[in-house]
Design a protein around this ligand. Structure first.
Ligand code: 5GP
Ligand code: MN
Length: 343
């Protein structure tokens, strides 16, 4: 593997860190495990270096991620806007983690824009926007946390990495790869895992702490969606599900309970593309779209074409303003347009 840092990037990074006193780590809207793991790891690292450091997220993360070390310290802009603003305003260095476009911080973006301090991007998404003094972008990596793992190894930090930071990194890698079932075929991924285990990680226990924590309601939601809502489009190797806010209330669904459900229909033999379209709880006039695929099917392109979104080849998302019927029509239209890649 090529080195993560050129000499210039290394000096730039270390100089920016050296000069900083108040560090802010920012993740993306609807934070996932990688967004949480990467920002929290960097926060803890900066604290070890004697700096004041905080994580600010545009909105609340799903409850199941609260086992990631330090999650209780995350300041969510939607629930604590005043505190979040204060932290953003006072920061003299900003780490942009697990996203590479300003608009991925949604309502927090204009607040961030007011602070002109230097930024360091650490990210694994395609096509980074150019707005950071140092941009460390490696789209081939399975997670921002994998990138951090290689980076810390290069900086000589890995041999003494504290266990809580080790768990942050593994949480990000595990959640972004469906526990190493997709987007995780590079040997370097397991070099990282090996180093983390050498630092004391109990990977099986962390898996159970993160994933085997369902409420009965969350498990029932999966059953309901698979039994009553999953539709397979004949001959297309594509399936979709929709979820309305009325159904969420009926099933007593909590924030984050839909996490992972979109992947389940990929277990059907021959399935290439799956989609969950869930009515937005904050903006009920629109649906949040989650897409998953296998092999070369480009979810991100379909999402850009039909759902004003993007993401990775095998995992992408977007949105659509309309009713349940309309969003289903839109998905069917998208499948028709991509028929040649699905059949
Ligand atoms: P999820 O289905 O887990 O919400 O999103 C999967 C991936 O799609 C995310 O990691 C992110 O990269 C991307 N994604 C989700 N929503 C959007 C969106 O609205 N716009 C863009 N550009 N990417 C998105
Ligand atoms: Mn990620």
């Amino acid at each position: 593997m090529d080195k993560i840092l050129t000499l210039d990037a290394k000096n730039g990074l270390l100089n920016l860190i050296k000069g900083a006193r108040k560090v802010l780590c920012v993740g993306h809207v609807n934070p996932d495990g990688d967004s949480m793991g990467s920002t929290l790891m960097v926060m803890k690292w900066m604290k070890r270096l004697g700096k004041e450091a905080h994580v600010v997220m545009p909105n609340r993360y799903p409850d199941f991620l609260d086992v990631i070390p330090g999650a209780e310290e995350v300041v969510c802009f939607d629930t604590k806007p005043q505190l979040a603003k204060k932290i953003v305003t006072e920061a003299d260095l900003i780490f942009v983690c697990d996203h590479n476009h300003k608009d991925r911080t949604r309502d927090l973006a204009p607040v961030l824009e007011e602070n002109k301090c230097p930024r360091i991007m650490i990210d694994h998404h395609l096509e980074p926007e150019d707005f950071c003094e140092v941009t460390i972008s490696r789209p081939e990596m399975c997670a921002t946390c994998e990138l951090l793992c290689h980076l810390l190894t290069e900086l000589g930090e890995m041999d003494t990495l504290p266990l809580d930071e080790v768990e942050c990194l593994y949480s990000g890698m595990m959640t972004d790869t469906g526990a190493f079932t997709y987007n995780s075929g590079r040997a370097e991924v397991y070099e990282c895992v090996s180093r983390l285990i050498a630092r004391g990680l109990d990977k099986d226990k962390l898996y159970r702490r993160l994933f085997w924590t369902m409420s009965p309601a969350r498990l029932r939601l999966q059953g309901y969606l698979l039994y009553s809502k999953m539709k397979v489009i004949p001959g297309m190797n594509a399936a979709f599900m929709t979820l309305t806010n009325a159904e969420r209330r009926l099933l007593d669904t909590k924030n984050g309970d839909t996490e992972g459900i979109v992947n389940i229909p990929l277990q059907i033999k021959g399935m290439k593309l799956t989609c969950l379209m869930a009515q937005d709880t904050e903006h009920p006039e629109q649906y949040r779209i989650s897409l998953r695929s296998v092999d070369d099917f480009p979810c991100n392109e379909l999402s850009a074409d039909f759902f004003d979104g993007g993401g990775h080849k095998n995992a992408a998302g977007g949105k659509y303003v309309g009713s349940e019927e309309e969003v289903i029509m839109q998905f069917k239209k998208a499948v028709k347009a991509y028929e040649h890649l699905l059949k």
